[in-house]
Design a protein around this ligand. Structure first.
Ligand code: PEP
Ligand code: MG
Length: 328
């Protein structure tokens, strides 16, 4: 089976009826780029930059400097050899705590995390933005912002990015002036008020891990409620389909970078919703590609429409399973 998958590594991910799908890799550390390249990924769809900041308790208890971050981001950009690298700004808090920050919040997943934390610590955020912008002089880089929900957060973020760019210009340091800026859609409010994001952003990436957590009000790392974590809940499907359809209509690129994108149980369903870009742990990339090569988009679109009309969980689960077993 492995050998068979190896054979499709160099093939583009095209459905049987001719639609090309972009397959990207999720990485945690720059070294993971090797694995991403070996899997045949088109680029990095999600570089979880917080992993550069976590687990530093044994060291000097200091966060990475601009230079340290710059060299990590540049390493990834160079390793990907001209393929785009989407760097997500610091997504700390909740399940990814910083060793240097005390967690006292009663509900850390609803607290000062990710972009909320960065906007409260603008110096730390500017340092990271400068490092990412500097790396963009060495190859295609995109900036991805986690956990946005409010228009003013988007505006503050864009203004800090503009500030970091101006500093670099003043210091005559090179960077990509037209760097693309995108938002993670992972809070239900963002999915429900999507035009706010479409108006301000260059691209969108749906974080199903958090979107499911917040839509169903279940802690994604609490085993006692893990049986309630259902990607096929009608409410989750409604949000996913609605974000993908609105983004496609507005001609703004949209990807899914949560675990759902790398789970072959959901590949055909996501294709049927119109998703053209998947970002996942590179381990899953070839199996997802195999699924795409064996799919007929036209028929999946029709079947997915039917599934989305259903609000009965058992009927949805059965229909998704049937769609998976379909052989053309
Ligand atoms: C997500 O929430 O789906 C996501 C991709 O980000 P993370 O898992 O890092 O929160
Ligand atoms: Mg997330």
């Amino acid at each position: 089976d492995r050998k068979k998958l190896g054979k499709i590594k160099k093939l583009p991910a095209i459905t049987r009826d001719g639609t090309e799908i972009t397959l990207l890799a999720n990485i945690e550390l720059p070294e993971d780029c090797k694995h991403a390249m070996e899997s045949g990924a088109h680029g990095v769809g999600l570089f979880r930059s917080e992993f550069l900041f976590m687990g530093r308790i044994d060291e000097k208890q200091e966060l990475p400097t601009e230079e340290e971050q710059f060299s990590a981001y540049k390493f990834a950009v160079v390793a990907m050899k001209g393929r785009p690298v989407t760097i997500r700004t610091l997504d700390v808090g909740a399940d990814k705590p910083l060793d240097t920050a005390e967690q006292t919040a009663l509900n850390p997943a609803l607290g000062l995390r990710a972009i909320r934390y960065c906007l409260a610590e603008p110096q730390l955020f500017l340092t990271q933005l400068r490092a990412i912008l500097r790396a963009s002089a060495f190859g295609p880089v995109k900036l991805l912002i986690p956990m946005l929900a409010h228009a003013f957060e988007i505006d503050q973020t864009l203004s800090l990015i503009a500030q970091a760019k101006q500093q670099l210009r003043d210091e005559k340091i090179r960077f990509d002036e037209s760097i693309q800026i995108g938002a993670m859609i992972e809070i239900p409010a963002a999915a429900l008020a999507l035009p706010m994001f479409i108006k301000r952003m260059d691209f969108l990436s749906i974080g199903t891990n958090d979107l499911i957590q917040y839509t169903l009000a279940i802690d994604r790392v609490d085993h006692e409620v893990s049986h309630l974590y259902n990607p096929l809940h009608p409410a989750v499907l409604f949000l996913l389909a609605s974000v993908i359809a609105q983004a496609r209509k507005a001609e703004i690129p949209v990807s899914v970078c949560g675990e759902m994108a790398g789970d072959i149980k959901y590949t055909r369903l996501l294709l049927g919703m119109g998703l053209l870009e998947f970002s996942m742990d590179p381990t899953h990339l070839l199996s997802v590609k195999q699924e795409i090569l064996n799919s007929n988009l036209d028929s999946l679109t029709l079947q997915t429409k039917k599934i989305l009309r259903s609000t009965e969980p058992s009927a949805i689960a059965e229909a998704v399973q049937c769609m998976r077993e379909l052989v053309y």
